[in-house]
Every structure is written in C-alpha cells, then in structure tokens.
Ligand binder design. Structure first.
Ligand code: GAP
Length: 451
C-alpha cells in the first residue's frame, strides 16, 4: 500500500514537471531544498485557486475586507506575537554527519505516536528504542529550532535592524485591524483576508510542495463578540467544507481532526485541522483556530494603542476575539492534483488524465486543425481559436503531433474540451468537440461553441 501511495506521488511529481506545472526551485543550479517554481500551467492553476478563494470569501461576502501587507515587518511584531520565543520545531542531529532532522518525523516514521510529547520525552524514546538517523548513525538530544528566516533591513547590520520573513500572513492582518476599523468602521462580526507568501525554515522540507520553506497562505482573521465565538467557529467550519467542495475534493477524503490542547499552537484555544488523504497519507490541508484576543491584546500591550471595538450606537466596547481559517495554497494545489489524477483505459491503452474541475483547469479549450499542412484548415482553426480566446482567455493552440497525441497531452494537463477543425468545418461551419472525461466526441456549430 505504501509503495502504491509513493508511486502515485511520484507520478504526480513527474507529470507536474514534465507538463510545466511545478519545477524544483533553482533546478539548473542544482536546486535549493524546500523551494519550488511554478511553470506556465502551475501558475495558472495557482491563480485559479487563489481567485476562487478571493471570490468566495471576499467578493461574495459583505463582511470581509481584503488587505495586502508588507512581507517584512517590524521585529516587534514577532516578539509580541510569540513567534521569536515559541515558533519552533523539535530538532535532532546525526552525530556523525551533523545533518539535522525533525525529531517528531523520525519518531512517527518509526511508528511512535508523537502528539503532545515534550522534548525530553522524545529524547528518551529515541534512546530507549535506539532510533538512528536515516544514515544509520546515533542521534543527539532533541532541542528546539526557531523556524523564522532572519534578515537585516537597511545598510547597518545590528540588533535594531533585525527583521524576519513572515512565517504567517496573519500578523499583517492584525497590524492593520485598527487601520481598517478607522477607515471603514464595519459592523461586528467582520473579517480581514490576505493572501501571500510565507516563509518557514523547515528542518526537513519534504513531500513535494507539501512542506516547503517558501509557500503561500490565504488567511482570514474574523473578528467577533467574545460571547459569540462558538457560533462564528461553526460558521467557518461549514465554510471550509464549502471550500473543499469548490476545489473538487471528495468529502470522503477530507477529515476533521479536533487538535488536543497539547498540540495546539500557542495562541489557540480550539483548533480543527482539516486533513486530506494525500498520496503521502492523511495530512493537514488547512487549519481552523480560535485565536481569542491573543493577538490584538499583544499589540495593545506592546504598543499602548487601544484595540477596542465599540458597538455602534452604544458605549459597549471590548477587544474582539478572532476565528482564523488558514488555508495553504500549495497544499490546496497538491490536494487538487491528487483528486484529479486519474487513470483509465482507452482502446486497450492506459490513459492518464487530470479530472480537474473546469473552473480550476489551466486551459479550458485546446484548438487544433485536423492536419497542419492545409492552409485553409489552419486559417479556419485560427479564427475559432481567436474567438474562443477572446471569450475565455485560457485557450491553447495545439497543432503538435497527430490528433491522438494532442488529446493525450491535453488530457494530462486537464483540458476539459478539445476543439478540432476538419474538412467538414469548411463545408458547414461545425467543429468536433472531444470531452476529456468521457473521450466522447460531438459536433457543434462554431456559433454555438462561441456562445
Ligand atoms: N496563521 C496560522 C498558521 O499559519 P499553520 O497551521 O501553521 O497556521 C496554516 O499554517 C496552513 O499553512 C497549513 O494548514 C498549511 O496549509 C500551510 N502551511 C504551513 N506550513 C507549510 C509549509 N511548510 N509548506 C507548505 N504549506 C504550509
């Protein structure tokens, strides 16, 4: 079973590279661990996913506001938020090679439950069970490792110029809560949404884009009356299901995990991890957390600025509490590719195709002339291509190889419809449309197609 799963992962990684979705970062220079580059189709898929999220959770709602904060932030942000002190993972070192690993990952791989274990308990388990590094060598004691990338801002390299690449987009939202309140004075509850890059110096990035050092998040901080946090939490729990369904993920492959207190982030009073059946196993896709007033109170205490919200027309004021649905873009992409990756048999041959929902497919239509050496066919096909492209944008011209090869290529990138202009087109202005999922072909008039 494990081999089968690894095989599926390898097939997805290979297809992603071969067909221009996702390449290893800095590949031509030998790579840079934990970084990935998105090719033409990958960036299209990514933008479709981000666009869908923005539409569902910002544009389609009256209670949401978008922000786009700077990635570099004042170091005080990360001190007040607790990230400087507590944003750590358990690290263990190979005593021979000095290579470093995530202690909890090694224990999990060796079959031990790791939830809630302290550093000392992990060290003890490693000793008691003689767990070795993946190189077969003895391991050090387990210690903490801060995952933030440190840098300096400006020409002077001193304590005051230290900054960090943000490890979550959330803090860029909290720091703008007061600004948006002053500009818009929204009714409570309301939310702020941000999508953008986040950086974590993961000890061992692995599993394709699942755990990278540079990735993207789509986060919502939803500000509520503290007495009503449970209602809002439940609302967002339902919204998360709406999201996974919009991504085309089957409900039976998405699972809720109520995270026990010992495993929750330092700011959370309740967390549900939404897990997905990835080829690497059941792993976290996204998280839903009740962050209380932890972050706004930290800002208030650190800056002296008042973070109260005053209920309109009353003197009732309080610091709102926060519900945070936090979505990872790369994990959404990996889940979508996993759900879409399909093999079937056509004419006795195995066919691989991506059964992507049409609204996520990087290319909606591919247009071909049946043959390339008939100028009148090519000209007609170009006409159809231009008209479709003007309407849908995401339309590909594909005249490479024979028609069978084109279909296979388009299947692999998840194009729902292939349009072929043939000799009959010249007679009656109809074209063949071949459907990805069924491989069925039917004829329609060009007029109808464009409509
Ligand atoms: N603001 C809350 C927060 O950052 P998190 O559970 O640490 O919570 C949220 O991260 C989501 O970000 C995860 O559920 C996952 O989708 C994504 N994510 C976190 N670390 C990641 C990594 N190293 N690589 C890819 N995605 C990651």
């Amino acid at each position: 079973m494990a081999t089968e799963k690894n095989e599926k992962m390898e097939q997805i990684v290979s297809l992603a590279k071969r067909r221009g979705f996702i390449y290893p970062g800095s590949d031509v220079y030998g790579g840079l661990s934990g970084t990935w580059d998105f090719g033409p189709l990958g960036v299209a898929l990514k933008r479709n996913i981000i666009g869908l999220w923005w539409k569902l959770f910002v544009e389609d709602r009256e209670d949401m506001y978008g922000v786009d904060a700077a990635i570099l932030m004042n170091q005080k942000v990360w001190k007040a938020s607790g990230h400087v002190d507590t944003f750590t993972d358990p690290l263990v070192e190979d005593l021979e090679t000095r290579q470093r690993f995530r202690a909890d990952h090694l224990l999990k791989d060796a079959g031990f439950p790791v939830d809630g274990l302290s550093l000392d308990q992990m060290t003890q388990l490693i000793k008691d069970n003689d767990i070795k590094s993946p190189n077969g060598n003895a391991l050090s004691e387990v210690r903490t490792f801060n995952m933030m990338f440190k840098t300096t801002v400006g020409p002077i390299d001193d304590e005051a110029s230290i900054s960090y690449l943000r490890p979550e987009t959330a803090q860029g939202i909290f720091t703008n809560y007061k600004n948006v309140l002053d500009s818009f004075y929204p009714d409570l509850p309301f939310g702020l949404a941000q999508q953008g890059k986040a950086f974590r110096n993961e000890i061992s990035p692995r599993d394709f884009i699942f755990r990278s050092r540079e990735f993207e998040q789509m986060e919502i901080e939803y500000f509520v009356d503290p007495a009503k946090w449970e209602e809002a939490f439940e609302h967002w729990r339902q919204q998360v299901w709406k999201w996974t369904q919009a991504l085309g993920l089957p409900d039976e492959n998405v699972h809720e995990l109520e995270v026990p207190e010992a495993d929750r982030a330092h700011y959370s009073k309740r967390t549900i991890d939404f897990e997905f059946d990835f080829p690497i196993g059941k792993e976290e896709l996204l998280g839903l957390a009740y962050r209380t007033d932890f972050d706004l109170m930290n800002i208030q205490n650190a800056t002296g600025r008042n973070m109260d919200y005053t209920i309109k027309g009353t003197n009732t004021k309080f610091v709102p509490h926060v519900i945070e649905p936090s979505f990872g873009v790369e994990r959404a992409i990996m889940a979508v590719l996993t759900a879409a990756y399909t093999e079937d048999e056509v004419n006795g041959e195995t066919r691989t195709f991506l059964k992507l929902p049409e609204h996520l497919a990087p290319v909606k239509y591919a247009v071909s002339p049946l043959v390339r050496n008939k100028p009148e066919l090519v000209a007609k096909a170009r006409e159809v291509y231009s008209a479709l492209k003007a309407k849908h944008g995401a339309v590909m011209w594909d005249d490479n190889g024979n028609i069978g090869k084109r279909y296979r290529r388009q299947d692999e990138i998840g194009t729902p419809h292939c349009v072929v202009v043939d000799f009959e087109t010249l007679e009656n202005n109809t074209v063949t449309i071949r459907e990805r999922d069924t491989t069925e072909q039917h004829r329609v008039s060009i007029e109808e197609l464009i409509k």
